[in-house]
Design a protein around this ligand. Sequence first.
Ligand code: NAI
Length: 677
Amino acid sequence: MATLRHFRLKTDNQGIAWLHFDHAESNANVLSADVLAELGSVLDRFHKNPPRGLVILSDKPSGFIAGADVKEFTHLTERHRALNLIQVAHKRFESLATLPCPTLARIHGYCLGGGLELALACRYRVALDDAKTRLGLPEVLLGIHPGFGGSVRLIRRIGAPAAFQLMLSGRTVDAAKAARLGLVDHAVPERHWDRACRQILKTQPPQKRPSRLATWADTAPVRPLLAFFLNRQVAKRAPAQHYPAPHALIDLWRRHGAHSDSMFQAEAESVADLLLSDTSRNLVRMFFLRERLKGLGKESADFARVHVVGAGTMGGDIAAWCASKGLTASLQDREPKYIAPAVKRAYRLFKRRFKAKHEETAARDRLIPDPKGFQVDRADIVVEAIVENLDVKRALYREIEPELAPDALLATNTSSLPLEELAAGLQHPERLVGIHFFNPVAKMQLVEVVRGSHTDDDSADRAAAFVRAIDRLPLPVKSAPGFLVNRVLMPYLLEAVVLLEEGIPADAVDRAATEFGMPMGPIRLADTVGLDICLAVAEILTENLGGEVPRLLRDKVAAGELGVKSGTGFYRYQRDKPIVWRKSTSSLPRRTIEERLILRLLNECVAVLREKVVEDPDLVDAGMVFGAGFAPFRGGPMHYLKQHGIAETQQKLAEFAFTYGPRFQPDPGWDKLQIPA
Ligand code: NAI
């Protein structure tokens, strides 16, 4: 056997072979083509000369196997090559599954995608029961579905209903849940881990099987019915025209069932098609953009204590999130009564996030109500999230700056005030940064890291590192009105209001946006954010950048109709859900509504690039997808624009400017716009 680069093989005195996987070129174990080739050669040898048992384990601290090598996907341009790559993996996994000796995957940390598919090809699986172990098949999030035989083996192991819950959502589960599902044979603490592996190989108990009911779900008469319901459920989140993968997976199971071997071949063919689809390419693109954002914040152990001032909507949730991520978070407000509701919300978050009672209690202990600000001088970073008022914020800075530890960062969550004005009067303006979270904090992954003209490099870098330390994605932006996300969203929201003024029904406007792929229509979004907040941001942006605020928005706010929070906005709400009796008909075609909304958004993207609010078009895409949910399967607004043609889009804007008014006038940035491949 040729020397191994990615694996190390040890056979112990009981004749058990321990195959250690340690990818030679990557921090995480991924199943690249050369890894699969090497695995093949090891398995060939075992077929000729089987050990008493085989344990596959990882030497990487991060986990077992993170999945297939996503980088290799990006080089695939021809279907037969894609199919070939998948079939090679199928062959290797089949070789593993048919070894004459008992086989076992010893799992810790990440066991995802192809990694879990490999584990499923083993006869047994034993997972380390700790907070880091996560198992799942997240392929749908990349626009494909399990392709290394995993869909078949998973259904055989845990039954179709549970298997589809995992595969269609891409959700991961911890070791204990995996054991309950039958995905692993045992979830054990570290001290029993090796012993449990040896014991299973020695006793060779029968393999896990789904319940009778779950097995029945895989029979020919039942499959079409379950498939129908699964398709309907998935279509609500992932319509087939935008996200074909989950629908393809349901369909191939409906046709073949997991107990026929034809599903293996059908699975491979289906993934080969999906890999070359625009949706998959764009979702893979977003995967790499996410990695890029992660890389913009260095890993740092500097942040153990955060002090948050302002326990309102944002400050309360920021402190709670930080505490849930292991930081000690003190929370200050004018009086204890303003902190109490935030603590209540935080406890609800901890309950949701932590299954183990001791983890929940530890998170509660890390959140310290601190009305008098006693903890300020101990904090590594102070996040100010008080009312959006320049004088009030400055007065607070005057009070707390002398208290700060010498190298503590001072961060503001302001959404509209220029950092330069906030920094005036500070003794150390260089350490003031903006850290702009989005609402709701626990859901929105993006955080804009705002650099003012005084902010020094070190503070900007550390702010990004803080954002990474609490597991959010930092996007560096220049201090400019609305930064990136709010600025680009605003013309899109305002155009939606103009459409309402023209008599287009709210649900027709929203439908045009959701059918384009937005997670929520602009009218509902405005109602959800609060029309008063929308109006405030719109006023600041139009003051600085020109344009007009539609009268209807002002009227609504003046009438106290503020959206979800007041029960009425552009919609009327019942239990926070808009009342829509039936689909309204619109006098404008859906396509025109969509174009008007999206063209204004794209025009603003071009403007922010011209002004260098962010460095490059990819960062616009990352910001708008992770910060505003812009249709991820389109790869971001700039990518969408490139695919549609820059010149054609500019031309369309000019036509719309003629028809609808100067708000569609193409930004000067269009003339020099370049979007690299
Ligand atoms: P909020 O009105 O819910 O909370 C502000 C809190 O600050 C209140 O509890 C108030 O008692 C407290 N406060 C006021 N002056 C104080 C002082 N001198 N010392 C201590 N506490 C004081 O406001 P919200 O919505 O949480 O906004 C806070 C900041 O976050 C603002 O700068 C806003 O622009 C920004 N922001 C808001 C977003 C949102 O969706 N609400 C999104 C992103 C940023």
